[in-house]
Write a protein that binds this ligand. Sequence first.
Ligand SMILES: [Fe+2]
Length: 597
Amino acid sequence: MSSDQDEVTPHAAADAAADAAAPAGEAPAAVAVLSAEDGTLSRRQVLVGAGGASLLAAAPAPAAAALTRPQRQPAASDGTPEQVHLTWGRDPATSMTVSWASPEPAVKPRLHLAGPGEHPRMVPVVLRSYTDGIGGEPVWTYHAQVTGLTPGTEYSYSVTADNDSAAEPFSATFRTAPRGRQPFRFTSFGDLATPNTEWVLSYGQSAYAVGAVESFQPLFHLLNGDLCYADLNPAVQPQVWRDFGNNNQSSAARRAWMPCPGNHEIEFGNGPQGLTSYLTRYTLPDNGVPGFRGRWYAFRVGSALFISLAADDVVYQDAGAFVAGPQPLTPAAGTGNPAIPPGTSFYIRGYSGGAQTAWLERTLAAARADRSIDWIIVQMHQDATSSSATGNGSDLGIREAWLPLFDRYQVDLVLCGHDHDYERSFPVRGSDSMVGRDAVTGAPVQTLRPRPVTTTDSGVVDTSQGTVHLILGGGGTDAPLDSYGIDQSDGLRQAKVFTRPNRPAATSTPDVFARAGADALEDATWSAMRDTSTGYGIAVFDVHPGEVRGGMTSITVRYFHAPGADPVNPATGQAGAPTPDYTEFESFTLVRRRCDG
Ligand SMILES: [Fe+2]
């Protein structure tokens, strides 16, 4: 795509800065500033001022629940912290990253942190900014990587700047992860959007979804890609991100929200993979792969390893930013970026050249060789096992690249989004060959259909025998996809599968292009449960480490859904509206033997 190539030079700076930021667990000696100058990005270093030290004594111990603040008159430039969110550092038991943004450049942005009985200490802040490649708006973000914390301990913090217009600094608390085989809870969904219905795909449920996370008080939350759909609102991408960040803040400022990139994080004009906005806003655990920091990563909590993948690197489906036409997408003049012609899509399959899959195999092999790790849980956006009829369906690219590794290293659980619904697979291992068929011609097609190791749904799954996949795309978009495939000839569950790229094709309307749906079909023998009553929900996971060496460990999974939230219920045709009421849809238990026997 020619315009993307034109973007490589300026945005290489943004990615380089993201890669060059101080590694998690290592306090930066300087404040790194990535700034927009004359429409191009450059990077410079600014030493931390000694003035920060005098702020320590003045900073009050933050209140535990002070998430709302009275406002006072704004300063000439507004460095007020907003979009505050937490992500785990290298070791969730001892490190945390606090990130935020401000409407305009902050003057002396700073974080103060205190543990139980401690005086607040100041933590160095890394500044990162970029200029949106379509609208031309500069974005300012700040990242404080806190290390040396005590496991399982509550900390309070505040963030502010000299030009903070709030009456009091923003303050909140968080808790570090426990060390060793300890119980903990996490939650998950994807496809969140924002509550501002001015934006494409945004919907009021996204506010209730954030409230749902808080209601379960997890140690952390997994946000499975397609965060806010800014790419579908290309002229105003930073505004959409801002509404997203401010909606999430009521939870994400109190506990880590760990994201993975989805197809809607791929934005025109924003870097070689379109991920500059995502990478600038999030500081994620280092994957150690030069040039690809922040795109995929792993972290460990208790006896579980969490692996977050960037599936756009392997999927066949073309679902990134797209100009359908008939008009080109014309960036603001100040960006210097050329118009993007109709029929252009931002397709990034294969961008890591196999580096991600190699990293995944190294990471899985190390985890299964580690007798202190029982559980391996993968987060990614797109799906290997989805039978949504109105959604995208499954993707052969994941089945080819990663499912053999999940089999070899006994990945227990895979959490996804992409289709805005809930679907659970039976435990799967291996694949059935050549059982798919072309959606148009009916000719046999290789879909590498995952093979269920059992189709008995007892409510207890031994994941050492097979991997369970969950589709959790019911965050809060206005487009639920909880209508599922049925093979009309035999009444069996049916899934669509992408087995080749669906690149844009001309339509009968001049200068208007479209991307086709999945090209293949298969009987979804792997599908165990589908929620037909609503597309919205949240999964809650309670990890029980077990009592004895070599004994059993388990994860209790409960899926809560929000009936009535669908704008139109596909089963009944009944009109619905956003709702705060989440009720339990199903629960089941994953078990496996501990690795310390
Ligand atoms: Fe998606």
